[in-house]
Design a binder for this molecule. Structure first.
Ligand code: HEM
Length: 174
């Protein structure tokens, strides 16, 4: 983790992955309001259930132009940790909402960030990850809008070719 500040592109990929494919697509945990509330002129009555629609926030063209394009450059100048971004107090600037928001935000966010960052780093260090080619030699790419169903989702399974980057690394991994 000491190298984190020098690995900004990995941090950008991590944040863009969380934005582009928010596994907790509808906030994972439903909530209810404890008293009547008025939001944008609409009454939300006491007891009403509310969901954090993470997908629509992350796919909002105004926040993220061309939202279905995986583009880590969106986070080029973002050096905040996930936790710092979430607690910055300005939802318009918050990097992503995959861990929720507000008082009940996921308390595992710091642990998850470090694990995710290390996981990406180790995979990039050890493996080449490429598309599988079809009979005509064309890459078989996943359909970016084919997601698994449910409250927690991800891309449907797709083929990929994963090989060790070198014999030395192979010996260390195996
Ligand atoms: C990529 C990994 C993770 C994701 C995407 C994630 C996402 C979430 C989300 C969306 C919520 C609901 C937040 C809300 O109600 O607004 C939540 C709650 C929670 N998460 Fe995570 N989480 C992750 C990892 C972890 C880890 C590693 C831990 C513990 C070490 C953890 C512990 C919890 C707990 C205890 C809650 C309930 C908090 C409460 O209701 O006050 N999570 N998480």
């Amino acid at each position: 983790m000491d190298d984190q500040d020098r690995l900004q592109y990995v941090r950008m990929c991590m944040k863009e992955t969380l934005r582009w494919m928010p596994t907790t697509i509808l906030g994972a945990v439903p909530h209810a309001v404890t008293q009547d509330d008025i939001y944008n002129g609409c009454l939300i009555p006491k007891g009403a259930g509310v969901l954090n629609n993470v997908w629509s926030i992350h796919m909002d063209e105004d926040r993220h132009p061309e939202p279905r394009r995986f583009n880590p450059e969106r986070y080029r100048s973002d050096i905040l940790s996930l936790g710092d971004s979430a607690s910055s107090g300005d939802p318009a600037k918050c990097d992503q909402f995959t861990f929720g928001a507000g008082r009940r935000i996921c308390p595992g966010i710091h642990f998850a960030e470090r694990s995710f960052f290390l996981g990406i780093l180790r995979m990039l260090w050890a493996f080449n990850i490429e598309p599988v080619l079809d009979e005509a030699g064309e890459p078989i790419l996943p359909d970016l809008d084919k997601l698994t169903k449910g409250f927690v989702c991800m891309l449907e399974e797709f083929p990929a070719k994963i090989t060790q980057r070198s014999e030395v690394k192979k010996a260390m991994v195996m």
